[in-house]
Design a protein. Structure first.
Lengths: 376, 467
């Protein structure tokens, strides 16, 4: 990883910058970081907050045309409002929009064509420089770092559901917390020093347990335990090399990673990230920062339409078909060898992880064996 | 049946742990906990109560004992439930809302669609009572116990149980059929469904029985699973010392007495412990969630059922899945899906079977194109002479382009496997065993009009026991 990128990542978000400066001011304390949380050169963190990185201003200047209104309610209002009861069939309306969202690729017409789609405007966005270059389509971070790749923000930034007062922003995080399928964690191993270490290994796992909360039930507390899901969580396990500089963990790209991202009651919600990188400010209790990579467009669309009903999509004033079209238009990586069309789109995710003791399978087995009855 | 569940663990350099899957290991059906043999006589006991003339109790394969009419047809209630935009169904102690009125438009209770949309079957003169005939009583019928009489709009009397009017289903053809039932729970987004009416199970206080994909599972009042252990003897617990670190005997009160399948035994620690059919009962201290099967992962320990479903046909397999559990799969390991559908008429009629309008299913699987449907969600093709020992499974002959039953001798008809008289499917996008990418494909995450994976065990969703 280049020096430029390291400096870039260390100054990414306002809140992160404040966090870093706080740590710098308490340098003496950070030198004593290992303590009880770092055992055998290992420290674990479990995901406790997660949102797509959407840059928002108070006056919404990034959305000068306003928010998108491209859901099925909007379509009904525009296309069918003049017709009275009994004039339209289930087949012409409800089943038309429901069927379309599952077969957008093969449909001959865009049923939302009469409604405009608004992309986010401006040249400022959160994110990382994924390709190491500064291109015309790249953003500058709020801290002034150039070359940020986040075309997903351009596609979703003016859809109300993804902004801080929107249902996807809130509920996707809530579901991450309360649906055990989404329990995702990292373990940093080979750690000599949590402030500066030029070679560490980062492994991702899915956990099996509920999050450890404070007395309010809404805050998360370090020191909990998570068992590794060794039986069903194989596809979520990845390993990558990284380093820690001034308390900031950065990693090499993971070629392809699957991250659990599911609604309750849905058995298979996840995103596929290519070239996934981490940039986390570390403390003994919290890891906070960005995950960034190229998210697979087909899987983004499939996950969205199978995890959010049309009813919920309308809360966000969007539709899976609208988003899918925008993602395909703005996709900026991994061209299909046959068609040449890009299949993945640059993205960033703001995350907070809380320290947790990770219990590995052999430790679980040992624990279980100790309970086997003997001597009968 | 085969089960993939073996993993190896390897320690990598740098003290980081990585886990990798290895080859599948086959297990014989008898070694699986999920099923019982077709020859098994295990049936759920129930509490007898006084019945009106002509009403009987019938054993069923999935729902335990249910009430049936004189012809053996299962009786159903239709409890009122709130949907997104309104409520429908029958109020307790109220009159039936299932009428003779011909259904022509949607009621608009299913967000986000407005009322007044013309139903696909609007020209077929279908009414609620054609699909759900009310259980009528004779003029001199007398109420007894929980059985009361409800007056219909035409002045006729309809039997009600526990305050809810009773119906039969036009799908049920023989005693023990519960084809009017559904795998989807009532309310919310799945529609207001009919529920088979049955007697209370004969279980002591402190226990419950839940209907699951694999049978009637015993849990405690808090929904935590009950287990038994192979190393116990009949009505004798051998779980002492370290065993008690992970297993807790289910306490029986001093005042309780032996009854039917249930006995009170003395655990070596001196406490009273419940035993069921001679097996001492326990909870698993490591169960972190209710309705768990985790205890059955420990060799020699098993969940307790009052009755399990009969083993599915041997073309089906069980696969571990990243969903966190196990799914039913075809012979290649591809996950099996069932299709659920309720329309949004005031009667909330099922559209999930070949005798109903196929427009709903064809919209989801093919945007109206049946050829696309055959690629997206192909049927699970069966040999023409294939048989099932389980009454839940059968072979249907389907016209693949209409989705309806094929006429005799019809060219290009397909013999397909069906569960409860509904064809089952695989998903074209599932490329590996145990993958469930087709789950929730459809309206309201597949619950209202769409496809759901046939889940047998679901760790993270608290094993909601999708039926």
């Amino acid at each position: 990883m280049s020096q430029v990128r390291t400096e870039t990542t260390a100054r990414r978000m306002g809140s992160l910058a404040l966090f870093i400066s706080t740590l710098a001011a308490t340098g003496a304390a950070t030198a004593e970081l290992p303590g009880p949380h770092l055992q055998d050169g290992r420290i674990g963190y479990v995901l406790t907050e997660r949102h797509w990185a959407i840059y928002e201003t108070e006056d919404r200047s990034e959305c000068p045309q306003g928010m998108n209104s491209r859901g099925s309610r909007d379509l009904f209002a525009k296309e069918y409002s003049d017709l009275s009861e009994g004039e339209l069939s289930v087949l012409e309306t409800r089943l038309k929009v429901e069927g379309y969202q599952y077969h957008t690729n093969t449909a001959t017409t865009d049923i939302y064509d009469s409604l405009p789609f608004y992309e986010a405007q401006g040249d400022v966005s959160h994110g990382l420089n994924l390709d190491g270059e500064v291109d015309a389509e790249d953003y500058t971070s709020p801290d002034g770092v150039e070359g940020v790749d986040n075309q997903l923000y351009r596609a979703l930034g003016c859809i109300a559901g993804y902004r801080k007062d929107g249902p996807y922003w809130f509920f996707e995080n809530d579901f991450m917390i309360n649906n055990g399928y989404n329990r995702w964690m990292i373990e940093i191993s080979g750690v000599d020093d949590l402030v500066n270490d030029d070679e560490v290994t980062v492994t991702t796992y899915r956990g099996l347990d509920n999050l450890f909360t404070d007395a309010t039930g809404e805050g998360f507390v370090a020191g909990g335990t998570q068992r590794v899901d060794a039986r069903w969580g194989q596809s979520f396990i990845e390993q990558v090399q990284g380093k820690i500089v001034a308390g900031v963990l950065t990693t090499e790209p993971i070629k392809q990673a699957k991250l659990p991202w599911s609604q309750p009651g849905v058995s298979d919600g996840y995103h596929i990230f290519k070239d996934l990188q981490f940039q986390f400010q570390l403390s003994p209790k919290v890891a906070q920062g960005l995950m960034a990579g190229y998210v697979d467009v087909e899987q983004f669309n499939h996950r969205f339409r199978t995890n959010w009903a049309m009813h919920h999509q309308n809360y966000g004033q969007s539709s899976s078909a609208s988003e899918y079209a925008a993602l395909r238009r703005l996709a900026d990586a991994y061209p299909d060898p046959q068609t040449g069309a890009n299949t993945a789109i640059s993205s960033a995710v703001e995350v907070t992880l809380t320290q947790v003791y990770i219990l590995h399978p052999e430790e679980q087995v040992s624990s279980s064996q100790a309970t086997e009855p003997t001597g009968f | 049946m085969y089960l993939n569940n073996f993993l190896t663990i390897s320690l990598l350099a740098g003290s980081a742990y990585m886990l990798t899957a290895t080859n599948a290991i086959a297990e014989a059906p008898s070694e699986l906990d999920f099923w019982q043999s077709a020859n098994s006589n295990e049936q759920e006991a129930y509490i007898e109560e006084e019945l009106p003339p002509g009403i009987q109790v019938v054993a069923t394969a999935l729902d335990g004992p249910v009430y049936a009419d004189a012809q053996g047809r299962t009786l159903y209630t239709w409890p009122l439930i709130a949907l997104r935009n309104g409520s429908t169904g029958d109020r307790k102690d109220g009159a039936s809302n299932c009428t003779d009125e011909v259904l022509r438009t949607e009621i608009g209770f299913m967000s986000p669609y407005p009322a007044g949309l013309v139903l696909p079957y609007a020209d077929e003169n279908v009414s609620c009572t054609q699909v759900w005939p009310p259980v009528l009583a004779s003029a001199d019928a007398v109420e007894v116990g929980k059985w009361s009489l409800s007056e219909r709009a035409d002045g006729s009397k309809q039997w009600a149980y526990d305050g809810f009017p009773l119906y039969t289903s036009n799908l049920d053809k023989k005693a023990g059929d519960v084809l009017g039932g559904t795998k989807i729970n009532s309310g919310g987004d799945g529609g207001v469904v009919r529920v088979p009416a049955g007697p209370l199970p004969d279980i002591p206080p402190g226990f419950q029985i839940l209907t699951s994909s694999t049978g009637r599972v015993l849990v405690n009042d808090d929904d935590y699973s009950i287990y038994y252990w192979d190393n116990d003897e009949v009505n004798t617990s051998n779980c002492v010392a370290q065993c008690l670190d992970k297993w807790t005997p289910v306490n029986a009160p001093q005042v309780a007495e032996n009854s039917g399948d249930w006995a009170i035994i003395k655990h070596p620690s001196g406490i009273n412990q419940w035993a069921f059919r001679g097996k001492p009962l326990y909870t698993h201290n490591n169960d972190t969630r209710p309705r768990s099967f985790d205890g059955s992962d420990v060799p020699g320990w098993h969940n307790v059922y009052t009755q399990r479903t009969v083993t599915p046909p041997d073309v089906f397999t069980v696969q571990d899945s990243a969903l966190g559990g196990q799914v039913l799969a075809d012979s290649r390991g591809r996950t099996i899906y069932y299709y659920s559908c309720h329309d949004d008429s005031v009667a909330q009629l099922a559209c999930d079977h070949p005798d109903a309008a196929q427009d709903y299913r064809l919209a989801i699987c093919g945007n109206g194109d049946p050829e696309v449907c055959l690629e997206t969600f192909p049927y699970v093709v069966a040999d023409a002479n294939a048989k099932s020992e389980s009454s839940l499974w059968s072979v249907m002959t389907i016209n693949p382009l209409t989705g309806r039953r094929a006429e005799a001798g019809e060219e290009d008809a397909l013999n397909v496997w069906a569960y409860r008289q509904r064809p089952v499917y695989t998903y074209g996008g599932d490329q590996e065993p145990g993958v469930t990418k087709g789950d929730s494909f459809g309206e309201f995450l597949g619950r209202r009009n769409g496809y759901k994976a046939f889940v047998l065990r679901d760790v993270f969703q608290n094993s909601q026991f999708r039926r």
